[in-house]
Design a protein around this ligand. Structure first.
Ligand code: FE2
Length: 265
């Protein structure tokens, strides 16, 4: 989240709109058409319901105001335009106020399949549909409230929970895997990877998640699956910070990936 980005976000005009170029709109169009095909039968029902509500354009980047209007009507959330990279303080503060940070830039051709910093396609297509769902939206809000109050050290543990749910969350229903995490839903590679059985999928246990390291720059070797979206309500109501304390005492699990490059947690 922190650091340098080669991208610069667009600034909203006085009416809250962005004038995207033809090339930028074209990138969105290619990304959304490809991903709509890719997630068929793989995204969870709640995500598809969210997409139906958002009714995202296929030919141009949506305006944040239009996406916010739908989210606000359903769960009270809105989008907040932010720079390409923001601090953890800002990130948690926005979530605690039901504002979802959306970096207002879109990836260039050379980054079409993968980029480390989240662009507007990842944020809107990957996350905003789920933010029309009450269980997911309340869970994300709780995460923001806790993160805002947490120490730097504790935020690293909370970030693991964010990663394995909001970004890379799976749902296992009747032995069938469905996706609700935005990091998967906005990436064709990661979406298809879930079903090739090369990764381990555990039933989600919050304490285990707090103890599981991850890397942001590889296809995920481990996922933690909930059994229904309502599990997120239950997690929201847990004493998460005392589980963080427990995780600190027990220590991290051994990483299942090579330690090269940067490790996100
Ligand atoms: Fe994300």
């Amino acid at each position: 989240m922190k650091g340098n980005s080669k991208y610069t976000s667009h600034i909203l005009d006085e009416k809250g709109y962005i004038s995207w170029s033809k090339e930028e709109n074209n990138t969105w169009s290619l990304l959304i058409k490809r991903q709509m095909k890719c997630i068929k039968g793989k995204a969870c029902d709640e995500f598809i319901e969210g997409l139906d509500k958002l009714n995202l354009p296929m030919d141009k980047i949506p305006q944040l105001k239009d996406v916010s209007a739908v989210m606000h009507e359903n769960t009270g959330w809105v989008c907040e335009a932010v720079p390409a990279l923001i601090s953890f303080d800002k990130f948690f503060d926005l979530l605690a106020n039901k504002k979802f940070p959306v970096a207002t830039f879109i990836r260039r051709k050379e980054d079409f399949d993968y980029l480390t910093e989240p662009d507007i396609f990842h944020e809107i297509f990957g996350h905003c549909g789920m933010l029309t769902n009450k269980a997911f939206a309340d869970y994300t809000h709780r995460f923001g409230v806790l993160g805002l109050a947490a120490s730097k050290e504790d935020r690293v543990y909370l970030a693991r929970l964010y990663w394995f749910t909001i970004e890379f969350g799976l749902m296992k229903k009747n032995d069938e895997l469905k996706i609700y995490g935005g990091g998967i839903l906005s990436s064709p590679k990661e979406t298809l990877h879930i079903y090739n059985k090369e990764s381990k999928v555990y039933d989600l246990n919050v304490l285990d998640v707090f103890r599981t390291p991850y890397r942001i720059d590889i296809i995920q070797p481990i996922y933690h699956a909930i059994s229904s979206i309502d599990d997120l309500f239950d997690i929201s109501n847990m004493d998460l910070m005392s589980l963080v304390e427990k995780a600190k005492k027990l220590g991290l699990y051994k990483a299942t990936y090579s330690p090269k490059n940067k490790i996100a947690s």
